[in-house]
Design a binder for this molecule. Structure first.
Ligand code: ADP
Ligand code: ASP
Ligand code: MG
Length: 446
């Protein structure tokens, strides 16, 4: 069997749904399991409606609910011009009613727990899959009966052993040549049946690994993973082969095309995972492999921002062992994760997420150091498995960034990324210049 995962952009409207259906039909001999996202922007709308309800603005939440359900009904009516099949009609009414109830509950209590948010967010995938399954006359499976997770709502962790057993029991018997099975990405449930979500974009290849798929295809709106975010660098090129480590690194830096945690089991099992363009099915694509086999020094660029840089200065650092340990204890106590670190004789610079709650942390740090804060910064990262083996790369990077103020640099001995901190407003230019210097020479790959 094979897995075809379609992201939200692939099911934005009825025309997109038809294209998806055509791709799935082509794959029918290979026993396809279709894993579908919510339609484009739906998850964001659900989040927004939930927050409005929490603020007590039930009117606004209800308006978002109505528009969302009407939009899905519109897609369904376009696909069934002669009228909706009764089962689909009922499903849309039921799901709309469920969303209505959930939002009213949140508004009444003025409380939005991560658990309620997951219940609300799950509606997106449940709506889109109902429509596609009806259109294709395919079997529909509620992913929450199969995707067993822990109860970390919002970024629940799939439980591989249970997932494998449930997939074998509930999905495998439905699969076979000539028929398609449709289920949801992103959503799951705990052993007690409480709805969870795996985190934004999270679903990808998990069912494929569970079922021992021969092929996992992730369909999106780009021809694979590109050398840079195409919205920043329009001439970014598809990467033919990407190692799992590189994919994970890029994803951590905001290239959200795929969700590394949900790809890992497939890559480890040696199942080929490809990223493809729904509208250009015969175009270029990316294959994710366990290891890179190409000799290229640099694979891609990415950025993350805004981030905040903290510079911790203390005379106690001089010749003193244990200073860094006590410094990191403070961060760990406040559960603030640090991304990049650079140390000097009497100071340490660290980067943290812009929305990290710093107040209490700063109070604790003030007891043994002075702290400088620089906000609105961005990390620009150069990713490549062979980066560390290639002389001259740093020189080329600095050349490209000559007019941009680089505030911090980080490259670990065994790392696959070289990172620079720049002002957020210069990140775009930095990426464009780096891309021009590292990729746009001699027609593409460095
Ligand atoms: P989907 O709707 O299929 O889930 P997403 O919007 O989540 O798609 O992810 C695809 C988008 O990710 C692309 O349209 C592109 O704008 C963005 N993106 C950011 N960085 C990259 C990159 N390095 N390669 C490809 N796409 C990228
Ligand atoms: N619907 C979810 C999101 O928008 C998951 C996904 O798109 O894969 O993040
Ligand atoms: Mg997505």
């Amino acid at each position: 069997m094979i897995v075809l995962k379609f992201g939200g952009s692939s099911v934005a409207d009825a025309a997109c749904m038809r294209e998806v259906a055509a791709l799935v039909r082509e794959a029918l001999p290979e026993s396809p399991l279709v894993v579908l996202s919510a339609t484009a922007k739906t998850t964001d709308t659900l989040f927004e409606a939930a927050r409005r309800a929490e603020d007590g603005d039930l009117g606004a939440a209800m308006e978002l609910q109505r528009t969302l359900i009407l939009r899905h009904r519109g897609i369904a009516e376009d696909l069934f011009p002669g009228g909706l099949p009764e089962a689909l009609d009922n499903a849309l009414v039921e799901l709309g009613g469920e969303l209505d109830l959930l939002l009213r509950g949140v508004a009444l209590l003025r409380e939005l727990s991560a658990r309620s948010m997951d219940a609300i967010a799950s509606l997106g995938e449940r709506l889109s899959t109902r429509i596609l399954a009806a259109h294709m006359e395919a079997a529909w499976v509620d992913a929450r009966t199969v995707m067993r997770t822990d109860d970390r709502h919002g970024s629940a962790v799939p439980q591989a052993r249970e997932l494998n057993a449930l997939a074998a029991q509930l999905l495998a018997p439905l699969l076979g040549p000539g028929r398609a099975v449709v289920t949801q990405g992103y959503i799951g449930a705990t052993a007690r049946g409480i709805t969870t979500t795996l985190g934004r974009g999270g679903s990808d290849a998990l069912f494929g690994a569970a079922l021992g798929a021969s092929d996992i295809q992730i369909w999106t709106d780009v021809e694979g993973v590109l050398t840079c975010d195409p919205r920043v660098v329009p001439q970014a090129q598809p990467i033919a082969e990407l190692s799992f480590a590189e994919a994970a690194e890029l994803a951590a830096f905001g290239a959200k095309v795929l969700h590394p945690a949900t790809i890992q089991p497939a890559v480890e099992a040696g199942i080929p995972v490809t990223v493809r363009h729904t509208r250009r099915p015969h175009g270029r694509f990316t294959t994710i492999t366990a290891e890179v086999r190409t000799g290229r020094p640099i694979t891609a660029l990415a950025q993350r921002g805004p981030i905040t840089v903290l510079t911790v200065t203390s005379a106690n650092m001089l010749n003193q062992s244990g200073f860094l340990a006590s410094l990191f204890q403070v961060f760990s106590r406040h559960r603030i994760s640090v991304d990049l670190i650079a140390t000097a004789e009497v100071s340490v610079s660290l980067t943290v997420d812009a929305d990290a709650p710093l107040e209490a942390l700063l109070e604790d740090l003030a007891e043994f150091a002075t702290v400088g804060i620089a906000r609105d910064r961005a990390i620009v990262a150069i990713v490549g498995e062979r980066l560390k083996l290639t002389p001259g790369i740093t020189g080329r990077c600095f050349g490209a960034l000559s007019e941009i103020n680089v505030e911090m640099i980080s490259m670990g001995a065994n790392e696959i990324n070289l990172s620079f901190v720049v002002e957020q407003k210069q990140a775009r230019t930095a990426l464009q210049r780096l891309h021009a210097a590292l990729f746009d020479v001699a027609g593409g790959q460095p």
